[in-house]
Design a protein around this ligand. Structure first.
Ligand SMILES: [Zn+2]
Ligand SMILES: [Zn+2]
Length: 390
């Protein structure tokens, strides 16, 4: 595959950086050492560096050529997950209960690799903002960076993201226009019944039976309310009721769960549809039910032009025998790069991590062979999108 030669020259250095970050994982909004590591590397490349957006965010800026070309943002995430690593390799996590199980150590390093190459070669006309964001895993660090003024301080015409993907060969990519990742909302439902002795259920209103009916009825939103061509998952993941006693029907039940969907209109309609179901089911049995709905990450949606362009860059990096999947099934997982894509046109691509364990698995490890592939992809993206006038 056509990795840029100069990037291949510093493959060992990138591997050392990636393993250092892997060994020292930090959770969302606590990426202080990672922030320092990234900022010092960018400064050593002679770049202007801003620290502190969303607390632990870093932005390095590089202008080349006439300085009047367009601006683009390239984004990597830096946070780890709260879990124990099971892998036995020498660079395994030194921080108990924390692990880079989603490959953000690799994302950070690939973007640093591109920054190193582009700051040396400067073969483009315009400005690149290298965006290192905290807290992708559930805490919305990308959103916080935007709220803290990311695109006011660093205006960009387009913004680009990349995530490694186990199961795709190293050197392969997957990218398409439209949704790549789902929106993710969470909900809580409180069912109020009336407790009683378990032997005399007629004296109360059993919220466990009502809650069970609600769990079943919610599945009809997907199966009976939605166009079968659309995708929606509603999963009830928690059902809390009762005490340790076997013989008490409790007063109330709490259900919690998550909704995943690609279409923004459907996402907007969910609270009303869920409310109608839970209130109707509860009323059938003489109970009441109340919904609390939390909107989470929006869907990650690629713009047409940028995704075609990225597919072309990916084809160049993948080379003759490499595979670029132009029609991947979108994932029902969620990703907070979506907030950046809501603000700016751009594209989010998957880069193959080979046959590693899956994302968020305790034996997962980022594949170091991907470092030069990803850094080459970023670099060619910049050189082509911000091409010097011939
Ligand atoms: Zn993750
Ligand atoms: Zn991730």
């Amino acid at each position: 595959m056509p990795i840029i030669n100069r990037i291949a020259d510093f493959a060992d250095e990138l591997t050392a950086w990636r393993r250092h970050i892997h060994q020292n994982p930090e959770l969302g909004f606590e990426e202080h050492e990672t922030q320092t590591f990234v900022a010092e590397k960018l400064e050593a490349m002679g770049m202007k560096v801003h620290r502190g957006l969303a607390g632990t965010g870093v932005v390095g800026s590089l202008t080349a050529g006439s300085g009047e070309g367009p601006s683009i943002g390239l984004r990597a995430d830096m946070d780890a997950l709260a879990m124990e690593e099971h892998g036995e390799h020498p660079h395994r996590s030194a921080n108990p209960g924390k692990m880079h199980a989603c490959g953000h150590d690799g994302h950070t390093t690939m973007l640093l690799g591109a920054a190193k190459y582009l700051s040396e070669t400067q073969n483009f006309d315009g400005t690149v903002h290298f965006i290192f964001q905290p807290a992708e895993e559930g805490l919305g660090g990308g959103k916080k960076m935007i709220e803290d003024g990311l695109f006011d301080l660093f205006p960009v015409d387009e913004v680009y993201g990349m995530h490694n993907m186990p199961g795709i060969e190293v050197g392969g990519f997957a990218v398409a226009e439209g949704p790549m990742m789902a929106a993710r909302d969470n909900f809580e439902i409180r069912v109020q019944g009336r407790g009683s002795h378990a032997a005399m259920p007629h004296q109360g209103v059993d919220p466990v039976v009502v809650g069970s009916n609600i769990v079943m009825a919610l599945q009809t939103v997907t199966s009976r309310n939605l166009d079968p061509q659309q995708a929606l998952v509603i999963s009830v993941t928690q059902f809390h009721a009762g005490t340790t006693a076997f013989n008490i029907i409790p007063d109330e039940v709490t259900l919690r769960g998550t909704c995943r969907v690609f279409n923004g209109e459907i996402q907007k309609s969910l609270p009303e549809r869920i409310t109608r179901i839970i209130e109707g089911v509860a009323a059938t049995y003489g109970a009441t039910a109340e919904l609390t709905y939390h909107r989470g990450y929006p869907a990650t949606v690629n713009a047409g032009g940028p995704s075609e362009f990225c597919a072309d860059v990916a084809r160049e990096i993948a080379g003759e025998n490499g595979k670029v999947d132009l029609a991947p099934l979108p994932s029902m997982g969620a990703e907070d790069f979506s907030y950046m894509l809501e603000e700016k046109p751009g594209c989010y691509i998957w880069a193959g991590n080979g046959g590693s364990a899956g994302l968020h698995h305790p034996e997962y490890d980022f594949n170091d062979e991907l470092l030069t592939v990803g850094a080459s992809y970023w670099s060619r993206l910049v050189e082509r999108r911000l091409a010097r006038a011939a």
